[in-house]
Design a binder for this molecule. Sequence first.
Ligand SMILES: [Zn+2]
Length: 376
Amino acid sequence: MKVPPITQMKESLSKEALQRYARHISLPGIGIDGQRGIANAKVLCIGAGGLGSPILLYLAAAGVGTLGIIDFDRVDASNLQRQIIHSNSSVGELKVISAKRAITELNPDVAVVTYAERLTHENALEIFSEFDLVIDATDNFATRYLANDAAVLLRKPYIWGSIFQFDGQVSTFWAEHGPCYRCLHANPPAPGSVPSCSVAGVLGVLCGTIGSLQATEALKLITGFGDPLIGRVLSYDGSSSESEIITLKKNPNCPICSTTPTQTALLESYEDFCGEYGGIGVGEMKAKLATKPTPVLIDVREVIEWDAGHIEGAVLVPLSGLLAGEADNLLAAAPEIIFYCRSGKRSETALRYARTAGYRSSTHLAGGYIAYSQGA
Ligand SMILES: [Zn+2]
């Protein structure tokens, strides 16, 4: 399906720009007008990781006028197998800062807007409204549903990409012209039923394949060339090198993009909706612990792990005891609860228990005691 370009054209291009983008300008379907559109475009990329790396680098090279990046995470050595926008010297640094530096080195004409925070139901609409289109380069369902819903409410296109081991999928969801992500998957999968890439692994170069397809979608929407993947889902199998396209229709009963939606605002908690809890970083945890009334910090590891080292001020309640209801009185009395464990897995289970039991003001430390020890 063809759609008109989503951006206005920049008034004119400098002599340097005409040289720099000569290979675009000579392309039928882009030309000078297309390049002027690219120079005026504002694109938000959610996540500066595996998919975000090629998306941001190619869109920067293409001359996209403004690139927004939202990511609260820091660069870890285990990211470098696929997150090519970062390098050895960026380990420990905020991903948005490292990505901004790489983009500016590649193309100083690009204005980079960074958001070193988590995308939430509180900030999504405000941030999205600054951009022409949104690209999802994250790896969790809570963000995906949140981003889709915010894009639908703001009538903006949402370019989705997903990777798992050797396989990837891409589509352009735009409720104004076709289906949205909720038309494809009205509800998230059961918590824990889909392993994440951090558990199951991912072929690093696959991020380049899928991220580049997403960047291509963005350029199509910006300039109007070609047929974007609206109403189509492209699946790519990196091991067999086969790809297929499945057509997708708008669901007339879609909870958010149908003519009679049951949902007309963002949900209060996409984490509760998905049963998937990303948790907070060490910095955010420290900031919370410094506020009054002080949240209760609960260590859900075993005694032997606690004895080997723990976070000062924490209370030990091993997970089995917590799930048996041994700390219910503590949970009920706490103004806010922060769980942590060794790596963030047991604390996520603890959090799911607390949320299901109705303790809404609760979170957990992503990366657990390991992240805390590293000061990440
Ligand atoms: Zn829909």
